[in-house]
Design a protein around this ligand. Structure first.
Ligand code: FE2
Length: 285
């Protein structure tokens, strides 16, 4: 492949002006900004959406991530790779070693650009030296989108390891839906041009803030959404020992409508994440 490290990336659906006037995402963004502060993550609200090209230093020519708009494609999947481990801790901060501070935030949408709450995001990445922790859970963690469909991860910029460009792994699953396994990439990385797995549709928007980096990426799951309420999992009338509000640990066993399940990831049970709807959390025994 050709191209210099600083070569501008092709625009993957500009979010600034798509020629069609006000997009649904812009309307959503305006609505989200208008939400009460407690519904927004962190202290930096309003959160930057992927595709925002504003820069604090005015020097970055940022690349848009796929725009969530009517008819847009869902976030493409990528290979899991050899280093995924189940049972990651539930946490939104996984700063487990030295490195350049990285804050990644965004939303999870369905095909109708409606944000989805309660979506499981399980991140894993290399440390500053490009090594994965395959013994413990350094730089591994999962979380759920909040009521606004937003997530925020505090980590470090992952190091490089042979044969790959810089990337972050993630599994994304809405309640009762298939798991999306994919990887996120950094713009301007020299190895983006030579890594056969690299996909520009998975570029985060990244800007320098102080000595750290602030990144954003919005996921679009392959979930049909008509104008109306966000889809929720099909929930049969429950019977058995599973109960919302219970803090389950790895290995805990429950019965749900006559089927036994074993907990795969420690979590607090919530409606929508009943065992039949949550294969990432519950394994059939
Ligand atoms: Fe990797």
């Amino acid at each position: 492949m050709t191209g210099s490290p600083n070569e501008p990336r092709p625009e993957i659906g500009s979010t600034e002006d798509d020629g069609s006037g006000i997009s649904r995402k812009k309307l959503l963004k305006a609505a989200m900004v208008a939400l009460p502060a407690p519904l927004l993550l962190g202290a930096t609200a309003p959160m930057a959406l992927a595709g925002d090209s504003t820069s604090t230093d005015g020097t970055a020519n940022l690349t848009s991530t796929p725009q969530c708009d009517d008819g847009d494609d869902p976030t493409p999947p990528q290979m899991e790779g050899p280093y995924f481990k189940p049972n990651s801790p539930q946490r939104s901060s996984m700063v487990d070693g030295p490195g350049t501070a990285l804050t990644l935030s965004g939303y999870v949408f369905g095909l109708g650009c409606q944000p989805i709450s309660g979506v499981l995001l399980d991140f894993w990445q290399a440390d500053n030296a490009g090594a994965y922790d395959n013994i413990g859970y350094r730089f591994r963690g999962h979380q759920f989108t909040n009521a606004s469909g937003a997530y925020q991860l505090t980590a470090i910029v992952p190091g490089l390891y042979p044969g790959r460009t810089r990337h972050i792994h993630v599994k994304v699953q809405a309640p009762g839906r298939p798991i999306l396994t994919t990887q996120l990439y950094f713009p301007g990385e020299p190895r983006n041009n030579t890594d056969p797995l690299f996909n520009p549709a998975l570029l985060m928007t990244v800007r320098n803030v102080g000595t750290g980096r602030e990144a954003s990426f919005d996921f679009v799951l392959n979930i049909p959404q008509d104008p109306g309420p966000t889809p929720t999992a099909t929930t049969p009338p429950p019977s058995g020992t599973w109960a919302a509000g219970t803090a389950y640990q790895v290995g805990d066993q429950v019965d749900y409508n006559g089927v036994s399940y074993r907990c795969r990831i420690a979590h607090t049970a919530t409606p929508g994440w009943e065992p039949p709807n949550a294969p990432a959390l519950w394994q059939t025994v």
